[in-house]
Design a protein around this ligand. Structure first.
Ligand code: PLP
Length: 359
């Protein structure tokens, strides 16, 4: 069992297919996907099929564009503010930080704003600790400036084991008229049903729940395209990517091919509802075990516990025992159970392809 937080385990059947097709795509073409021109009809078919399956799986309306980009989820930390802000005086953007990845995204947004005379203070960071996420207290509700270009959050904090599971509307003061949510779903896109129209933009890297590293999917409202200032790099401009059908330059052809197979695999398993059931079954099994133990612990309030990344400690943080645990677990075929280097402890990441039965 591979519990790494990403790149993650893949379905064995799919790896077998990739291996079988490595020399000759679909066993008949006589050459491999890795040798295929991205301008060829064969690759175009892979692109189209993958995007239409993704659209179907997540019920993405035609008012949203699907973009395939590179640079991982991290490059979206810059692409989002660069595309959605014009960097004039009155604009702001709001970042809800619930863990490491949303914190990093806020820092990158500040960097993007730092060339501006009004500077990084236009990026408003709201730290949501576990207490504020648990209390429904009107005093802690965040006021969103009417000039905000977007409200950013990360739905699943991979390192901290926190999953909001819905846009944090409850955290926002009811006087706010419009909430253009931008969401990092890098570690939970395609693991449950979502209402796309709740969002202006969603992005996710592929290497956790739908493939291998290299591909980042961006789902963006079409009305937001073309807002970016002229000076941003063209390959970061969502409109350039949309107009070029994500083939503006050579895309990550192999990662797109694998994602295409993963989308079909998810569909054949029963779609995102089936993934949700599986994620809940896996994580609940572990959370129940931890909660019934005096040895292991997880102190995250139940309603914001992640279905994908279960973080836990031994004896509230005995590092020696945790190191021993990782070693002994590995000897028994359970790999990747160490916590992220920034927080320590233990973590079991259980993405779409992790089966409950050993292969
Ligand atoms: N956002 C989240 C929620 C993540 O879990 C990760 C990686 O683990 C990233 C962003 C960064 O992704 P990448 O390494 O593709 O840049």
């Amino acid at each position: 069992f591979n519990f790494f937080a990403g790149p993650a385990t893949m379905p064995t059947s799919l790896l077998q297919q990739v291996s079988d097709e490595m020399l000759s795509y679909q066993h008949s073409l006589g050459y491999s996907v890795v040798e295929m021109s991205h301008r060829s009809k064969d690759f175009e078919a892979i692109m189209e099929h993958s995007m239409s399956t993704l659209r179907e799986l997540l019920e993405i309306p035609n008012t949203y564009e699907i973009l395939y980009m590179q640079g991982g989820a991290t490059l979206q930390f810059s692409a989002v503010p660069l595309n959605l802000c014009r960097f004039d005086k009155n604009e702001t953007c709001d970042y809800f930080t619930t863990g490491l990845w949303s914190k990093k995204a806020g820092e990158e947004a500040k960097r993007c704003f730092s060339a501006n005379e009004d500077g990084p203070q236009q990026v408003k960071v709201h730290h949501l600790n576990q207490q504020s996420l648990t209390q429904n207290d009107s005093a802690t509700k965040v006021h969103i400036d009417p000039n905000t270009q977007f409200v950013y959050y990360c739905d699943n904090e991979t390192v901290n084991g926190i999953e909001l599971k819905q846009p944090p509307i409850d955290m926002i003061h009811p006087s706010t008229k419009r909430i253009p949510f931008v969401c990092d779903m890098s570690s939970n896109l395609l693991t449950r049903r979502i209402n796309i129209t709740d969002f202006d933009l969603i992005y996710a890297c592929a290497q956790k729940n739908f493939g291998i590293a290299g591909l980042t999917v961006v789902i963006v409202k079409k009305t937001l395209l073309g807002k970016a200032p002229k000076w941003i790099p063209s390959l970061l401009d969502y409109k350039v990517i949309a107009d070029g059908h994500s083939l503006q330059n050579t895309p990550t052809t192999f990662s797109i091919y694998v994602a295409d197979l993963m989308f079909d695999w998810i569909k054949n398993q029963g779609g995102v509802d089936a993934m949700d059931e599986l994620c809940k079954a896996k994580s609940n099994k572990l959370y129940d075990f931890i909660d019934n133990s005096n040895y292991y612990s997880n102190n995250i309030p139940k309603h914001i516990r992640s279905r994908l990344n279960v973080v836990f400690r031994i004896k509230q943080g005995d590092e020696k025992l945790e190191t021993l645990f990782v070693k002994l677990a590995k000897e028994r075929g359970l790999i990747g159970l160490d916590g992220h280097r920034s927080v320590g402890g233990l973590r079991a990441s259980m993405y779409n392809a992790l089966s409950m039965t050993a292969s």
